[in-house]
Write a new protein. Structure first.
Length: 152
């Protein structure tokens, strides 16, 4: 899990009181069927995750997003592309399981799998140097694709 139960409990505790009655937190495996009813969410926000999976897994995740999202529901997703990382010795780092998509690949994936959405793509770049080596690298750059959509 990207978040622990304790971290989600802390998030809940800091939420404005008027929203707490609507807010529930739950840890789920995004690669499996979600434990939620069809058409049960008004919106889905997913960040820093999807680019880590192969295209078939992404297709399954997007199918589940579609299943649980209400008509006219909103999605906001981000997707890192064209990622390049180096360690302190200027050696290129690649992670075996990461897709490392191009921005064109990502746009095609979302257009194919969210064809029942009105979609807007926003492109941007990122570059960070002198990073803390706890992440395993000292330099990273690439592109970000933000996907904003409304289910038809």
């Amino acid at each position: 899990a990207f978040f622990t139960k304790e971290e989600l409990d802390e998030l809940y505790s800091t939420c404005n009181q008027k929203y707490k009655e609507k807010l529930q937190t739950k840890i789920v495996d995004i690669t499996k069927n979600f434990p939620f009813d069809d058409n049960s969410f008004d919106g889905i926000f997913c960040t820093g995750t999807l680019h880590l999976f192969n295209s078939e897994t992404i297709k399954g995740i997007l199918n589940e997003f579609n299943r649980v999202l209400k008509p006219n529901g909103k999605i906001v997703l981000d997707f890192a592309t064209d990622i390049v990382r180096y360690d302190n010795n200027n050696n290129l780092i690649k992670f075996d399981n990461e897709g490392n998509y191009t921005i064109d690949d990502a746009i095609a994936i979302f257009n194919q799998n969210l064809d029942n959405y009105d979609i807007k793509f926003i492109k941007s770049e990122f570059k960070e140097e002198n990073l803390d080596l706890k992440a395993g690298y000292s330099f990273i750059q690439g592109n970000f694709l933000v996907i904003i959509g409304t289910k038809k």
